[in-house]
Design a protein. Structure first.
Length: 364
């Protein structure tokens, strides 16, 4: 069944406008809940303030929370940030005030829940930080951002947050050398969690070398769909013209996306060009299309030519050593004043660049 992707334009974080859009979407797709146990899964990558566009905006979370609370639901919220506590990121992102004022329950995603799936990746066992089966509905609330490793981080990628922080590096180590393999892992994690609905915060977002140190861009768009596969593919079609990102590319190969699902966009403006205008100056990461579809042995042979590398800006680095801790292959060492990257070990997963709080690591 082809899931309808609903899009609406909105240039400000106005609770009333966001709620009106989402409520229309729920009616359009016949999404009915009442007195249900709800888990909200925003993007809580790191402790940045809302204007940095790294995390899902607190007003967006507020609007969604109020919709389900008005339906007499029990609402929880959680994620597993890259290296910080869930509470710290909630506080810095401005969402904690919504949690307290609306009496939401915090889930830190620090449990060890073992799930098995016969999916599309070579792996069948996944350790989650929270049990999806504890909830009637999981509401996926990603932030629209570019991603140096995967091109874009949208609905499917947001479910990687179900992997507890201590497990994330293991997956980069297992599958991070091959983006298509890593895409298959992300798809399997998504299918283990099985979110009921995805509501994308694209009012403000990030392009360039995201997902944390790129350029803030006010896209002015929101999208909703029951399937993140369909929603992500529609976003890629609206942005154009680079072709499907690794996740959508893999999903297409395994018939998880209808080939022409982009035609299913249903903007409430009744004009798809209005949505396309939101992305007229979108900038992809420098890593776009450099090595995604090359066989591993070719990438290894031509790595010095093809693959973009992270580089530490010594003038910006304050030697916090977060990059040392998040590198899955331990390619970064402490050389005194600033860390040093061993490029013979580096797998170009860009975790260091993603997690650097000082924007001191760039992709060259």
């Amino acid at each position: 069944m082809l899931e309808k992707v609903l899009a609406g334009v909105c240039d400000t974080y106005d609770v009333k406008k966001i709620k009106e859009f989402i409520e229309k979407c729920l009616n359009e797709i016949n999404f009915k809940v009442t007195k249900s146990k709800i888990l909200l899964k925003p993007n809580l990558l790191s402790s940045k303030t809302p204007e940095k566009a790294v995390t899902t905006h607190p007003i967006f979370v507020q609007a969604i929370s109020e919709i389900f609370l008005d339906l007499s639901c029990s609402v929880s919220i959680g994620d597993s940030p890259g290296y910080e506590s869930t509470e710290k990121v909630l506080m810095q992102s401005g969402i904690m005030s919504i949690v307290k004022s609306h009496n939401l329950k915090i889930r830190s995603f620090d449990r060890r829940i073992i799930k098995y799936i016969k999916g599309i990746s070579p792996y069948s066992k996944f350790t989650l930080g929270e049990d999806p089966d504890d909830y009637d509905f999981i509401i996926n609330i990603p932030k629209l951002k570019s991603h140096s490793m995967m091109g874009l981080t949208l609905g499917v990628k947001n479910m990687f947050g179900f992997i507890p922080s201590f497990e994330k590096a293991k997956w980069h180590l297992k599958a991070g050398k091959d983006r298509m393999l890593f895409a298959s892992v992300l798809i399997d994690i998504y299918n283990v969690v099985k979110p009921s609905l995805t509501i994308l915060d694209g009012i403000s977002g990030m392009d360039g070398d995201g997902p944390s140190n790129g350029r803030v861009n006010n896209f002015g768009i929101m999208l909703t769909c029951k399937s993140s596969f369909e929603l992500d593919y529609v976003i890629e079609k609206l942005i154009g013209p680079s072709g499907p990102m690794p996740i959508s590319d893999m999903a297409l190969k395994h018939n998880l996306i209808k080939k022409y699902s982009a035609c299913c966009v249903y903007p409430f403006s009744n004009d798809i060009d209005v949505c396309k205008k939101c992305f007229v100056d979108f900038k992809f990461p420098k890593t776009i299309n450099t090595d995604w579809r090359l066989p591993v042995f070719i990438k290894t042979t031509l790595s010095k030519i093809f693959i973009k590398r992270p580089k530490i800006n010594k003038n910006r680095c304050r030697n916090c050593q977060i990059c040392l801790n998040v590198c899955p292959v331990k390619a970064i060492s402490n050389s005194g004043i600033t860390p040093n990257i061993n490029y013979k070990k580096c797998i170009s997963c860009y975790c260091c660049q993603e997690m650097c709080p000082e924007s001191a690591i760039t992709i060259l």
